[in-house]
Write a protein of this length. Structure first.
Ligand SMILES: *[C@@H]1O[C@H](CO)[C@@H](O)[C@H](O)[C@H]1NC(C)=O
Ligand SMILES: *[C@@H]1O[C@H](CO)[C@@H](O)[C@H](O)[C@H]1NC(C)=O
Ligand SMILES: *[C@@H]1O[C@H](CO)[C@@H](O)[C@H](O)[C@H]1NC(C)=O
Ligand SMILES: *[C@@H]1O[C@H](CO)[C@@H](O)[C@H](O)[C@H]1NC(C)=O
Ligand SMILES: *[C@@H]1O[C@H](CO)[C@@H](O)[C@H](O)[C@H]1NC(C)=O
Ligand SMILES: *[C@@H]1O[C@H](CO)[C@@H](O)[C@H](O)[C@H]1NC(C)=O
Ligand SMILES: *[C@@H]1O[C@H](CO)[C@@H](O)[C@H](O)[C@H]1NC(C)=O
Ligand SMILES: *[C@@H]1O[C@H](CO)[C@@H](O)[C@H](O)[C@H]1NC(C)=O
Length: 814
């Protein structure tokens, strides 16, 4: 057992409690489910053990969507509809038929899983059962989710417990730590994937060298993340202070750290026993904290670390690179393709990529290769701005050329990089990541010459140059090479190569949309149709109306829009420009536009607060990217719920950006032409002053009010001045209580702290003076709780705006 101190810590009440349940279960043996297994009452088939208190159940379990012939002994939440296993016994040895199998007590006193011919598939495997036999031992499922093996005569003497052998989940009341005497740490190991509980690549264990700190580890060898040292005063880890912030209201759980001579451990405690809380190391390497929301009937995430998925070691497998804000987040390096395209397209990238064409030298048995072939057959391709992979070996080399030659000389060498020292990689390249900071790491990846096109461009430097320029020959040759090398470095590396836009023919688009038969909607720039490409990708096709630009300018515009990649911006996949046809092909968003989810009559299916808050943050991030990070600042000019699309996970994507410019819209006439969006327009539009990115901030603020209230600020044809929500909020903020503004049914699931922040931000966004409005970047930080925000003044003009808006709505409709 990992925890030597367990038994002495058992309080009296627990002993009594266990005695009680033991008596109960012996007397009430016929009354339905029990919480005890004995050798005369094994568990089989559909039977289950239910803990006293009814919180947890144990029985045979099969993951949804997994193979039909694999069954596991599992503990799950008995009352949670969505079956959620927290512990699995035989994760490596599933059985094929639960009805003929049984979980029972073996002659040596161990808990065992037997198949029909009584072969042991799994055993509790403990040897500390002195004097134990199948008649003296019982197994009890406690209401904490702990399965314990104890003596029938003395239930406080715990021989074995599942809490000491966790699967991937930590539950409240479960110690997670390290035995100081043996040095052995508890370990939680992820599932292989969501359908396969066998041990995956990621685990959590205590840091052997630093106290009060745990690590996330890849393949049992490579730590890749730690939340930092635990700070007992704060009750949180140093690098996730968010854990305290994100704790549910009134701190309904706490985390503590205990250390003594024998052990150190963390303990999660929940103040309210009716709350189901768990942390899990997930199959994709993130540690997640989740809580069950009864009214939503779903698990809510309250933290996920590391928050950047690219920080999970080898997230994209071998020979690929990870980029946080691009979809898909993993891409194979040039010359490589997904090892398993099916898994890859389902979002599991960990299988990585393999070479399209084997290195010619490896076909000759590897090793050292005749000089002539070497130079003809292999080349290097540069990837710029990357986080370099691990596992390089340093060799002596006086120049980049020497470094390259050193790599070429050994067939196992996959890549090199040179920065005054020469690093060579002899293993699969793992953990490459796009690094947009100001580091200038470049890595040169070895490819067969056939994988690099023979163009005059500097990409594939003719390698005969090196033959002449071998290590000793410094001269004109080397100068030439260095020039070329210099050019090569400045060439856009492979990170930016695959973003070329696809051009579609009108004829093909007619085909994929079944002659534009399925209309998804109509926006201010034209109608949108659904289409299915030949490879099965569903797309949304926007038929632009009234494009004034010529073909050349349109194409130029498209290539700019095509370079814009952000997880919160809709991705332009391609376009069509033929005759007068101008169409844009976008990724398809299954959940449609935000307005359809905000302004619904029924109360049952409104978006929960947490989702709405995340949507608000996502939109702000997308706009930050448009305003700050693109080559040219793009002002959206038409932010409103109709222009926010939601993907399958309800993550928001801003649509229609860049189109205002494309269509050469006359902004001075915007008031009269864009009736429906009047509620979102900044006063500058009316005042005739210069338009800046702050007009988007204004519209965002107005929309944020709607995200909060789930109502339109300005209803069509209705004069709303006396209860214009933005005014109400701005006024109530001064009084320090915005909570009462929400109807009872809305208030229920709202995180009050987030509500306060959102209201403050929204009020700052709609200030009259654009200089008072925050930038989108600051808004993200405020909403994420990273920046404090002051009290916003009440924008008086809002009252006026509301009245005039109400009136102009009326007049435009009548
Ligand atoms: C208990 O173990 C004994 C041998 O030690 C065996 O004979 C007996 O059948 C076992 N009883 C059960 C119910 O498995
Ligand atoms: C039980 O498992 C053993 C070992 O895997 C196997 O040889 C045997 O055929 C299994 N029995 C049945 C009835 O499936
Ligand atoms: C039990 O111990 C045996 C032998 O030491 C080992 O092969 C088996 O995998 C162990 N089973 C479990 C469930 O740990
Ligand atoms: C029960 O077991 C506990 C722990 O081993 C021990 O301290 C206690 O004395 C035992 N009680 C009896 C009545 O044997
Ligand atoms: C994990 O490590 C083992 C050896 O410790 C190795 O055989 C295996 O290939 C590694 N897995 C991956 C995916 O690299
Ligand atoms: C290639 O490099 C590896 C790793 O340094 C080394 O083990 C191997 O012997 C080298 N092969 C040749 C032919 O030099
Ligand atoms: C060059 O790269 C190595 C390995 O990545 C690093 O340790 C070293 O500090 C770098 N040197 C310079 C001058 O950047
Ligand atoms: C960029 O470099 C400057 C100076 O070298 C440094 O102060 C700054 O922190 C760096 N920024 C990033 C994002 O690494």
């Amino acid at each position: 057992m990992a925890h030597a101190g367990t038994t002495s810590a058992t309080p009296c009440s627990v002993v009594l409690y266990k005695l009680f349940i033991l008596l109960f279960s012996i007397q009430g043996s016929t009354a339905g489910a029990t919480d005890v297994i004995t050798s005369t009452r094994p568990l089989s088939g559909k039977q289950k053990l239910v803990s006293q208190g009814g919180k947890f159940a144990l029985g045979f379990y099969q993951p949804g969507g997994g193979p039909q012939d694999k069954w596991y002994i599992a503990i799950w939440y008995n009352k949670v509809q969505k079956v959620t296993p927290v512990w699995i016994a035989n994760r490596e040895t599933p059985i094929s038929d639960p009805t003929s199998s049984e979980l029972t007590i073996w002659t040596d006193g161990n808990l065992v899983l037997l198949n029909k011919s009584r072969s042991i598939f799994w055993s509790s495997n403990t040897t500390t059962t002195t004097g134990a036999s199948n008649t003296t031992i019982v197994v009890v499922l406690l209401n904490t989710g702990n399965l314990v093996l104890t003596y029938a005569s003395n239930t406080s003497n715990i021989i074995w417990q599942s809490f000491n052998h966790p699967t991937d989940t930590q539950l409240p009341g479960m110690k997670f730590g390290r035995n100081k005497l043996t040095g052995v740490s508890d370990r939680q190991v992820s599932w292989r994937n969501y359908m396969d509980p066998s041990p995956g690549l990621f685990s959590v264990a205590m840091d052997p060298s630093v106290a009060a700190q745990y690590l996330l580890i890849w393949n049992n060898s490579r730590p890749y993340y730690t939340p930092g040292k635990f700070n007992p005063q704060a009750g949180a880890f140093s690098s996730i202070p968010s854990m305290t912030v994100m704790m549910m209201p009134n701190s309904i759980y706490s985390y503590e750290y205990v250390e003594n001579d024998k052990e150190e451990y963390f303990l999660l405690t929940v103040k309210d026993d009716n709350l189901f809380l768990r942390t899990v190391i997930d199959p994709f390497g993130q540690q997640k904290g989740m809580v069950w929301l009864e009214d939503k009937q779903d698990w809510m995430l309250y933290f996920a670390e590391p928050s950047e998925k690219c920080s999970v070691y080898s997230m994209c497998g071998a020979f690929s690179w990870c980029a946080e804000n691009i979809i898909p987040m993993c891409s194979c390096l040039r010359g490589f393709s997904a090892q398993s395209p099916i898994e890859w397209s389902s979002g599991n990238y960990m299988g990585g990529c393999t070479r399209n064409v084997a290195l010619p030298c490896s076909l000759n048995g590897g090793g050292s290769v005749p000089l002539v072939h070497r130079y003809e057959e292999d080349r290097f391709y540069v990837a710029n701005n990357v986080r370099l992979p691990d596992g390089s070996q340093t060799v002596r080399a006086a120049s980049a050329i020497e470094s390259e030659v050193a790599c070429l000389n050994n067939c196992s060498c996959m890549a090199y990089s040179y920065n005054e020292t020469c690093s060579l990689w002899y293993t699969d390249l793992m953990n490459l990541k796009e690094n947009l900071g100001n580091t200038t790491n470049s890595i040169f990846i070895r490819l067969p010459a056939s994988e690099i096109p023979h163009t005059k461009s500097s990409r594939g430097r003719p390698l005969w140059v090196i033959v002449g320029g071998s290590i000793l020959a410094l001269g004109v040759c080397l100068v030439a090479v260095l020039c070329l090398l210099h050019k090569k470095r400045s060439f856009k590396g492979l990170l930016h190569i695959d973003i070329n836009m696809t051009t579609f023919r009108y004829k093909d688009l007619q085909l994929v949309t079944k002659t534009f038969s399925e209309k998804l909607g109509a926006g201010s720039f034209g109608s949108v149709f659904k289409g299915v490409l030949q490879d099965g990708t569903t797309v949304a096709i926007k038929k632009l109306e009234g494009v004034r630009q010529g073909e050349k300018q349109f194409r130029a515009e498209m290539s700019t829009l095509g370079t814009i990649h952000h997880v919160n911006l809709i991705q332009l996949l391609g376009f069509c420009s033929e005759g007068e046809h101008r169409m844009l092909i976008y990724e398809y968003m299954p959940h449609g536009a935000l307005d359809q989810h905000l302004f619904r009559a029924g109360l049952g299916d409104v978006l929960p607060w947490n989702t709405r808050y995340q949507i608000a943050i996502g939109i702000a991030k997308g706009l930050t990217y448009l305003h700050d990070n693109c080559m040219n600042c793009i002002i959206h000019c038409d932010i409103k719920p109709e222009n926010i699309l939601l993907d399958a996970t309800f993550s928001p994507k801003v649509a229609d950006f860049g189109l205002a410019k494309l269509l050469g819209r006359d902004f001075s006439r915007v008031i009269t032409t864009m009736r429906g969006t009047i509620g979102y327009l900044a006063p500058e539009w009316i005042g005739g002053t210069a338009i800046t990115a702050k007009v988007d901030v204004f519209s965002y603020g107005m929309m944020l009010f709607e995200i909060i209230s789930l109502k339109r600020n300005v209803e069509h044809g209705k004069r709303c001045a006396d209860k214009f929500f933005p005014i109400l909020v701005a006024t109530k903020i001064q009084e320090g209580d915005v909570h009462e503004l929400l109807d009872a049914h809305l208030r229920r699931d709202v995180n009050l702290e987030e509500l306060d922040r959102a209201c403050m931000v929204a009020c700052w966004c709609v200030q009259q003076d654009e200089r008072s409005r925050p930038t989108m970047g600051v808004i993200v930080q405020i909403l994420e709780g990273l920046v404090e925000v002051n009290m916003p003044p009440v924008p008086r003009y809002l009252q006026v705006l509301a009245e005039s808006a109400g009136e102009s709505m009326l007049s435009s409709i009548e």
